[in-house]
Design a protein around this ligand. Sequence first.
Ligand code: NAG
Ligand code: NAG
Length: 520
Amino acid sequence: MKHKIITSICILSLLISSEALRILVCYPMTSKSHSILGYGIVNRLLEAGHEVVHITSFPNGKVVPNLTEIDVSSIADVFKKDADGVEAFKLKNLIGKGNFGDSALFLYYVYTIHRNFLEEPSVVKLFSDPKEKFDAVVLEWFFNEMNAGIPALFNCPLIWVCSTEPHWQSMRVMDGITNPAYTLDIFTHNKLPLNFWQRAEGLWKVVKKAAQVLILNQFEKRAYYSIYPEIAAKRGVSMPSYEEAVYNGSFMLINAHPSIGGAIKLPQNSANIAGYHIDKLKPLPKDLQKIMDEAKHGVIYFSLGSIVQSDGMSEQMQKSLLNMFSKYKQTVIWKFESDMKDNVPANVHLVKWAPQQSILAHPNLKLFITHGGQLSTSEAIHYGIPLVGIPVMADQVLNMISVENKGFGVKVTLSEDMIPELDAAVRKVLTDDAYRKKAKEISDLFHDRVMTPGAAVPYWIEYVVRTHGARHLRSPAVDVPLYQKLYLDLAAFIAVVVIVLKKAVKYLMKKRNNKKEKSH
Ligand SMILES: *[C@@H]1O[C@H](CO)[C@@H](O)[C@H](O)[C@H]1NC(C)=O
Ligand SMILES: *[C@@H]1O[C@H](CO)[C@@H](O)[C@H](O)[C@H]1NC(C)=O
């Protein structure tokens, strides 16, 4: 009898532990690459048998079992209507400009997107419905922490996903600010090891950005306290303070891997999952399959990603690129998003949309000319393809510095007259076999892990739910204020002791001298 009870308890607990979870995944950022990362999380959770509610600016519209989509694409309307803003993001207008990601304007833009998201009626409706229950909430960490109140509404753990290399701004919420002496800023042009001035620059960036964030936090806080309590009241829960919510992440999944990026110090409650978004390989469309199969000298694939597109370049640059490509014996597949006016050489094939992963997987592909986005670099190394990178903005410079350092590609500086430099880089990577070998070697490192990145996504999310928020993995550093980490209190204490001692010594000396004088 006893045995029977124990066995049935065991079976029951097994059933419970493998029970399907209901998970909320929020990817409000209104750019395609972020949404690809969001779909990566959603797909891996669905494959593991869980139910997902996905808030996205890029709804798929297809009916998928166990998936509910909430469309928040309208939150970007304000920006789409801003013709000057759209024009400013064309490639030709970005040349020679500073990195938009590094500006206060960027932080304000991201804040506005998130605020619009939290006030979007369909989102408010979902959050306010007391019948809606979730086991965990997955949020993209993207230079904003206002969303951290969502898990508190559902009384469930928060799992962040960092879309880039880990850096001091993202790790701040899990473990505190990483040391700028050896952790690169995400928008840097420097590489490790840093010299004296570069270290100073790194520290200055932290101080400057921290001041910006401190100001922005006032906006975020005000929004947090004006948006959440009303919804919480409808659900019958009370909200933690803004700070408590922001620093209460149970886990951070990081879209990075040391094989392609840096070996950055991470807290226990985090995992590198770069490559997790890569789906099972889909066959190429027939025309591309034929082009790639028949390319006797191999194929070069050229794409500048989804934010800054090829068709935003100047006519002059288009012409020079076509001219450059026409001299290659390789076939070139160029992702060019609109109709081109110029005559296209016979070896160049323009596609408005490119099945990037399937192109990268084709054995005839020799080289990928990229903007160096984190998705493109990780997809390239998944298939062991060497790169020539023309970084435009955001984390692309840092990514390409790393690629060049590791020896599987060459970085080219974006400019109107970059063609000679680009041409030299392309020829170098095509002819020097070391790049291809290195790409294969690093691809092996990329794949050599305890578990595949795709499996790590449901694994860690289930782990967090199973362990009720994985409190045991939480870094003690997040609960220690900065002045204590820097021992500023100790320094102040020592300063006071020294001053008091000095004063005391002076006083005693004076007293002794007085006594001596009197006794004379
Ligand atoms: C949908 O979820 C249920 C559990 O809620 C699970 O049993 C089923 O396999 C899932 N369906 C699919 C297609 O994943
Ligand atoms: C922090 O997260 C844990 C785990 O999900 C939860 O139990 C706790 O209530 C949260 N604390 C606050 C202040 O929200």
